[in-house]
Design a protein around this ligand. Structure first.
Ligand SMILES: Cc1cc2nc3c(=O)[nH]c(=O)nc-3n(C[C@H](O)[C@H](O)[C@H](O)COP(=O)(O)OP(=O)(O)OC[C@H]3O[C@@H](n4cnc5c(N)ncnc54)[C@H](O)[C@@H]3O)c2cc1C
Length: 383
């Protein structure tokens, strides 16, 4: 089967890999560069925290299991590290306890451990005085998203997938049994199936497709997040740490990647958003209070990430009404990419509907005009 994929982020690379391994003839169209969308500016925490409703939690859990099945303990692109979280005030402790109770109820691996044990696990992380208990999520992992993408694409390419880049797709036109991909040349190219893996640009590509998928605009408060990378430092951090006011994790080569969710409120101009003048000083101060040797850290760069979010906040995975265009659009795409790629290949090549995707079909948008107000990720553990 000849299949076109639009977009080479982690989701496009995952589906290209799964389709190519299963014998499809795959051509990927990428307008900018591999990882030039949200996958190039992502935190890469692989988890199923605060992912509601239950079906979305389970999808993410299966996403975690798929990474483990593919990579085991991992390489530099994926690390099975576990993750730690604590709270410092009553409100925070209450939120964390409620979240842990919910996760326990779902059978999610977690342990509440002493600060001493947490300190042993975490390396040079300083747990604030007064914190006696820390939540430990041993099944969680992190990926360096661009390295993960490269790993996925290597396998796709080794199984015959072709990349056309930089080539922008201007439209996808469903036919009775196939679809045409328009790229601005006089003769659009026909494929047996087209997969849309275009992230936050999915809306513009579903103009000719039923149903169209509404996506959250980059200007919406829920979309942006700053990612601050340190210079290499000697401190050891062994896993993602979720502390009040700061998330941080190792990023290879001695660098740390940090997020301060409350400071994301400074991103008010969509793609043109820049951190405020005190951002760097503020985030470094927070790191210094949480890391032995953190005083040696400097900020190497700050990236702006813009989320790929369908208007109701949940994953879209499935064929359009014509049956020729498969739509994949999701937040948490680093956690979910390889699993969604596998599921899409099964549905496209073998006509086997995947029950796990039942709540995530594009058709829920048919005729929909009103969507819930999505709340920006500002509390510890949100992403
Ligand atoms: C700040 C932040 C933190 C995050 N943290 C996490 C996390 O901890 N864990 C997690 O699992 N997820 C996280 N995410 C979400 C995750 O990064 C995304 O869900 C994921 O990267 C989406 O991947 P994608 O391949 O669908 O989209 P993208 O990476 O955006 O890829 C889409 C590609 O399509 C191309 N494209 C678009 N239109 C066209 C066209 N017309 N023609 C050709 N090419 C086109 C683009 O150039 C782009 O390369 C985070 C996101 C942000 C912003």
């Amino acid at each position: 089967m000849r299949i076109a994929i639009v977009g080479l982020g982690v989701v496009g690379a995952s589906v290209a890999r799964a389709l190519a391994l299963d014998g499809a003839e795959v051509t990927v169209f990428e307008r900018r560069r591999p990882g030039g969308g949200t996958s190039g500016t992502s935190y890469g925490w692989i988890n199923s925290h605060r992912k509601e409703p239950r079906s979305y939690h389970e999808l993410n859990r299966e996403g975690m299991a798929e990474h483990e099945a593919l990579w085991g303990a991992g390489g530099d692109f994926y690390v099975r590290s576990g993750a730690l979280e604590w709270a410092i005030d009553d409100a925070g402790r209450e939120r964390l306890a409620a979240n842990d109770a919910q996760l326990r109820d779902y059978g999610y691996p977690l342990e509440v451990i002493t600060r001493e044990r947490a300190a042993e696990i975490a390396g040079d992380v300083l747990i604030p005085p007064g914190v006696t208990e820390v939540s430990w999520y041993p099944g969680e992992c992190y990926a360096r998203p661009v390295a993960l993408l490269a790993r996925l694409w290597d396998e796709a390419r080794d199984h015959g997938a072709i990349l056309r880049c930089p080539v922008g797709v201007t439209g996808v036109e469903p036919l009775a049994n196939g679809a045409r991909v328009h790229t601005g040349v006089p003769e659009p190219e026909r494929f047996d199936r087209v997969v849309l893996a275009a992230g936050r640009w999915t809306g513009e590509l579903t103009r000719m497709v039923e149903p169209a998928i509404p996506m959250v605009a980059p200007e919406a408060p829920v979309s942006p997040g700053f990612l601050a990378y340190t210079t290499p430092i000697a401190a050891r951090v062994s896993c993602p740490v979720v502390a009040p006011q700061l998330n941080f994790r190792p990023d290879g080569g001695g660098r740390l990647l940090m997020q301060a969710l409350d400071l994301n409120a400074q991103a008010t101009a969509g793609e043109r958003s820049r951190p405020g003048p005190t951002f760097t000083a503020e985030i470094l101060d927070r790191l210094r209070s949480l890391l032995r040797g953190g005083e040696h850290a400097r900020i190497e760069r700050v990236d702006l990430g813009l989320r790929s979010l369908p208007a109701d906040g949940h994953t879209v995975a499935g064929l359009d009404d014509s049956g020729s265009v498969y739509i994949l659009a999701t937040h948490s795409g680093i956690t979910l990419g390889p699993l969604l790629g596998k599921f899409a290949a099964r549905e496209i090549l073998h006509d086997e509907p995947v029950a796990r995707l039942r709540d995530f079909r594009p058709q829920r948008f048919t005729g929909a005009t009103a969507f819930p107000q999505l709340t920006p990720a500002r509390q510890p553990g949100e992403q």
